[in-house]
Ligand binder design. Structure first.
Ligand SMILES: NC(=O)c1ccc[n+]([C@@H]2O[C@H](COP(=O)([O-])OP(=O)(O)OC[C@H]3O[C@@H](n4cnc5c(N)ncnc54)[C@H](O)[C@@H]3O)[C@@H](O)[C@H]2O)c1
Length: 326
C-alpha cells in the first residue's frame, strides 16, 4: 500500500515508517519538524508540511496516490498540555480533523491513529482492557480521546476504516542502532536514566516511593518501539473500509521505576544516582495494559522484554549521545 506517515520524523513514527518499508509498503513521510528530526526519516520520501497546511497535505496525498494514513503527528508532553492547552487543542485536534477532511476529499478510507493509555486517566482496575472507562486527566489525553470519537463517527457516517492504537510507555530503539529516541526536553524515564549514565545529567528524580506497589514506586508497561511498529503494520494490513479497531498496545507486564533504575544500572555499569522526591500530581500507581485484544485481532504480541528495551536504548544513546544532532 502507499502510506502517508504523519509525524514520521518523530520517535514512534520513524520506527513504524522503517517497518512499513521493510514489509513492502511505499511510504511517504509528512512532518513539520516541530519536534522530530529530518535524519530520522532517512531516505524515505519526505514532505515538510504541517497537518494544518491543507493545500500541502492534499497535494501530497494526490501526488503520491496515497491509499492509507498512519497518523503519529501530535504534541505529546502531558505537562505542557496542562500549562498551554491551546496549542494542544489546535495541533492535536484541529490538525487531526484537517487530516481527516483531506483524506475524505482524496477518497482515502483507512487510518491508523496513535492514541494513548492517557485516554484512560486514573485506572479503576489493572490490567486495563479496552472497555475501561476513558476519563483523561490531562488536555493531552483529552485531545487523543476527541480524535478517537471523531474516528468512530467518521467510520459510522463515511465508512472510514480506523485503528486507534492506545500505546502504553513507548521505549527502546531500533535493533540496528540507526534510529532511536531524541526528545527535547526528555521526560521519559529510560532515556533520562541513560543520560545520567552518559554523564549528561547528575541524577533522575523518582516521584513517589510510597505508592501501594511492592517497592513503593510507580509501575508502568514499557513497550518496545519496534513492537509498536509491528502492531501498526498488522493493523494497517487488517483494516477494511468501515472497520473500527480500538486496541491497547502494551506487554501486559509492569515494571516499577525502581526495577527500571536497577536494570539501567546493570546494563550500563553506571551507578546512576536518583533523588527520591514526592509524588507527582496525576501519576497513577500502576498503568498496565491487557493486550489480549491486539493478540486476538491482529495476531500480535510484544516480543521484547524490558531488559531488551533498555539494551537497545543504551546502544542508541551510547552511539548517539547528542541524538540526531551528533
Ligand atoms: N512516546 C510515547 O510513549 C507515546 C505514548 C502514547 C501515545 N503516543 C503518541 O504517539 C505519537 C508519536 O509520539 P512520539 O513519541 O513519536 O512523538 P514525537 O514528538 O517524537 O513525534 C511526533 C512527530 O509529529 C510531528 N508533528 C507534530 N505536529 C505536527 C503537525 N501539525 N504537522 C506535521 N507534523 C507534526 C513532530 O515534528 C514529530 O516529528 C504521538 O501522537 C503521541 O501522542 C506516544
Amino acid at each position: 500500500m502507499r502510506v502517508l506517515v504523519t509525524g514520521g520524523a518523530g520517535y514512534v513514527g520513524s520506527h513504524a515508517a522503517k517497518q512499513l518499508t521493510k514489509s513492502g509498503h511505499q511510504v511517504v513521510i509528512l512532518d513539520n519538524l516541530a519536534e522530530g528530526h529530518r535524519p530520522a526519516a532517512g531516505s524515505t520520501p519526505f514532505v515538510s508540511a504541517s497537518l494544518l497546511d491543507r493545500e500541502r497535505v492534499v497535494a501530497a496525498m494526490s501526488e503520491h496516490k496515497i491509499e492509507a494514513v498512519m497518523h503519529f503527528a501530535a504534541f505529546a508532553y502531558v505537562g505542557v498540555s496542562v500549562k498551554d492547552p491551546a496549542i494542544y487543542y489546535q495541533n492535536n485536534i484541529v490538525g487531526s480533523l484537517a487530516l481527516l477532511d483531506a483524506m475524505r476529499g482524496a477518497g482515502i478510507d483507512r487510518i491508523v491513529f496513535s492514541s494513548s493509555c492517557a485516554t484512560y486517566g486514573i485506572p479503576e482496575r489493572v490490567p486495563i482492557t479496552e472497555d475501561h472507562p476513558q476519563h483523561p486527566i490531562s488536555p493531552y489525553g483529552f485531545t487523543k480521546l476527541v480524535i478517537e470519537h471523531a474516528l468512530a463517527d467518521y467510520s459510522h457516517a463515511y465508512g472510514m476504516g480506523y485503528a486507534a492504537l492506545r500505546y502504553f510507555n513507548a521505549s527502546g530503539a531500533a535493533a540496528d542502532g540507526t534510529i532511536g529516541e531524541d526528545h527535547d526536553p526528555e521526560t521519559h524515564l529510560i532515556p533520562l536514566l541513560l543520560q545520567v549514565a552518559l554523564g549528561q545529567r547528575e541524577s533522575v528524580d523518582v516521584f513517589g516511593t510510597d505508592y501501594p506497589t511492592p517497592d513503593g514506586t510507580c509501575i508502568r508497561d514499557y513497550i518496545h518501539v519496534d513492537d509498536l511498529a509491528t502492531a501498526h503494520v498488522a493493523a494497517l494490513e487488517k483494516l477494511k473500509p468501515g472497520m473500527a479497531l480500538k486496541l491497547n498496545l502494551g506487554t501486559g507486564h509492569g515494571a516499577s521505576v525502581e526495577e527500571v533504575v536497577t536494570l539501567c544500572r546493570e546494563v550500563t555499569g553506571h551507578a546512576i544516582p536518583v533523588r527520591k522526591t514526592a509524588r507527582r500530581e496525576g501519576d497513577p500507581p500502576a498503568l498496565v495494559a491487557d493486550p489480549s485484544a491486539a493478540k486476538r485481532e491482529l495476531g500480535w504480541q510484544a516480543r521484547y522484554s524490558i531488559r531488551e528495551i533498555v539494551e537497545s536504548a543504551w546502544k542508541w544513546h551510547k552511539a548517539h549521545p547528542k541524538g540526531y544532532n551528533d
